[in-house]
Design a protein around this ligand. Structure first.
Ligand SMILES: NC(=O)C1=CN([C@@H]2O[C@H](COP(=O)(O)OP(=O)(O)OC[C@H]3O[C@@H](n4cnc5c(N)ncnc54)[C@H](O)[C@@H]3O)[C@@H](O)[C@H]2O)C=CC1
Ligand SMILES: CC(=O)N[C@@H]1[C@@H](OP(=O)(O)OP(=O)(O)OC[C@H]2O[C@@H](n3ccc(=O)[nH]c3=O)[C@H](O)[C@@H]2O)O[C@H](C(=O)O)[C@@H](O)[C@@H]1O
Length: 419
């Protein structure tokens, strides 16, 4: 049975590009979001998030009538759920959005439909979602109840890199975790509509764990680099040179240290493993703790540098200006959510009695969290007038700064830009 209409539940950073890509293949796509403003924006052919090339694909799909958005689910042959999966207190996964999304589509489900969970979720979530659906629709048979179900269910995680979503969405291999082999086969059929990468089939629990594993792998490796940066600072060794040298070994590939780990995935997903296996996930938990502790360590380095600056210049702290370079959660984007650079800038601004400046070429307004204690200034102004420079994000614009322009004696460089 072919997929005439595909419904995407949750039109954010993952759902909207996915909806647009299906529509670009001529499928009728109905996007559903509880955010009425996002729905209106999309129906105007515009986008409410920032991702290269997404605007054009959405605009064309809406103009052709292949993509439209609504706040209320409608009948379709396939439903793909891409709603948030944050954690609550104590780093416990919060599946409330998944439950609400599942319950919202339950009334429109019919025999033969496919439901895919794409949200990054703890192991067992797909089975849990199937239970919620079964409770809402006792008239239908679900995979946990029957080998010949009315509804096919799979977990298919997303692994696109923000900033490269439109390319990776199509080219990355995709893990397909059906609740049965027939569910996997049906889900693979759906993704093959646009996928150039391979569909690799497994079961739902393995697919759930696979997604968590990928992001935990990266978190652990970044934690290794961050821990090295602490040790090197203590030993008087340049960590950037050290890593470059160690990476000359054919089987060593160390990642880069920084002010901490941000974004809404790598800093979140490993906790899902820890929450389910607190006694066993010792390395994964420690990696999270190492990365989460980095902003405070950076503040301590700034305090030391400022203390030295006070001694050398004979000035009072209130007379000195600290300039933070970068606020985004990683280079060359404008996304400040869960950004360790923002965290460091806030810590500095709240502690320092003098002026705190921030330089962020990708934004035009100081974020409200910083507005009270810091000022957004141009790069030149900070280079010419600040006393202490703190490099937090290695944007291209910062790497392009001529070394001769950086004359300050007091620099805290978390990204190795001003070695
Ligand atoms: N952003 C990323 O780079 C990646 C995200 N993921 C995962 O994908 C999932 C979605 O993430 P994003 O798209 O970034 O989140 P997002 O916050 O950008 O978008 C989620 C959307 O779902 C909507 N929503 C919430 N509850 C709803 C409901 N009951 N019905 C309909 N819409 C609802 C929200 O209004 C929002 O527009 C998360 O589990 C995330 O961990 C996975 C890989 C990459
Ligand atoms: C395993 C993996 O690479 N996962 C990707 C990741 O996207 P995200 O943009 O969050 O990852 P990222 O580029 O590693 O950045 C995360 C954070 O880690 C920091 N970071 C990254 C690499 C590094 O060497 N050092 C470092 O400090 C970044 O500055 C940022 O603060 O998480 C995404 C997700 O799950 O949302 C996932 O789809 C992406 O493929």
């Amino acid at each position: 049975m072919s997929f005439e209409t595909i419904s995407i539940i949750g039109l954010g950073y993952i759902g909207l590009p996915t909806a647009a890509v299906f529509a670009s293949k001529g499928k009728k796509v109905v996007g559903v979001d509880i955010n009425a403003r996002a729905v209106e924006t999309i129906n105007r052919g515009e986008i409410h998030i920032i991702e290269p090339d997404l605007d054009r694909v959405v605009h064309d799909a809406v103009a052709r009538g292949d993509l439209r958005a609504t706040t209320k689910p409608e009948a379709a042959e396939a439903f793909l759920i891409a709603v948030p999966t944050p954690f609550r207190d104590e780093h416990q996964p919060d599946l409330r959005f998944v439950k609400a999304a599942a319950e919202s589509i339950a009334p429109v489900l019919k025999k033969g439909d496919l439901v895919i969970l794409e949200s990054t979720s703890p192991v067992g979530s797909t089975e849990q979602m199937a239970e919620w659906l079964a409770a809402a629709r006792p008239d239908l048979r679900f995979p946990q109840q029957s080998e010949a179900p009315d509804i096919f269910i799979a977990y298919c995680p997303e692994r696109v890199l923000p900033g490269q979503v439109m390319v990776e969405l199509i080219n990355n291999d995709r893990v397909i975790g059906g609740m049965s082999a027939a569910c996997s086969a049906r889900a693979s059929e759906l993704y093959r509509i646009f996928l150039k990468g391979e569909c690799v089939e497994t079961n739902a629990r393995t697919a759930e764990m696979c997604k968590l594993t990928e992001n935990s792998f990266r978190d652990v490796n970044i934690a290794f680099a961050n821990e090295l940066s602490l040790i090197c600072a203590d030993q008087g060794i340049n960590v950037w040179e050290l890593i470059a040298l160690a990476n000359r070994h054919p089987r060593v590939n160390i990642l880069q240290p920084g002010p901490g780990v941000g974004g809404h995935c790598i800093a979140v997903d490993p906790w899902f493993i820890v929450a389910q296996n607190p006694e066993l996930a010792r390395l994964i938990r420690t990696a999270r703790e190492v990365n989460d502790a980095k902003p405070q360590w950076v503040l301590d380095q700034v305090k030391k540098a400022l203390a030295d600056c006070l001694v050398q210049t004979g000035k009072r702290a209130s007379e000195l200006t600290i300039a933070c370079f970068g606020l985004a959660f990683k280079p060359n984007i404008d996304d400040l959510r869960e950004s360790p650079a923002m965290g460091v800038a806030q810590l500095i601004a709240e502690w320092h009695s003098g002026a705190t400046w921030v330089v962020e070429p990708n934004i035009t307004q100081i974020p409200s969290a910083l507005a009270e204690h810091a000022t957004l200034v141009a790069c030149e102004e900070a280079l010419n007038q600040a006393d202490l420079l703190v490099m937090l994000v290695d944007h291209h614009a910062f790497r392009a700064i001529d070394a001769a322009q950086v004359t300050q004696s007091w620099i805290v460089d978390t990204k190795g830009v001003w070695r």
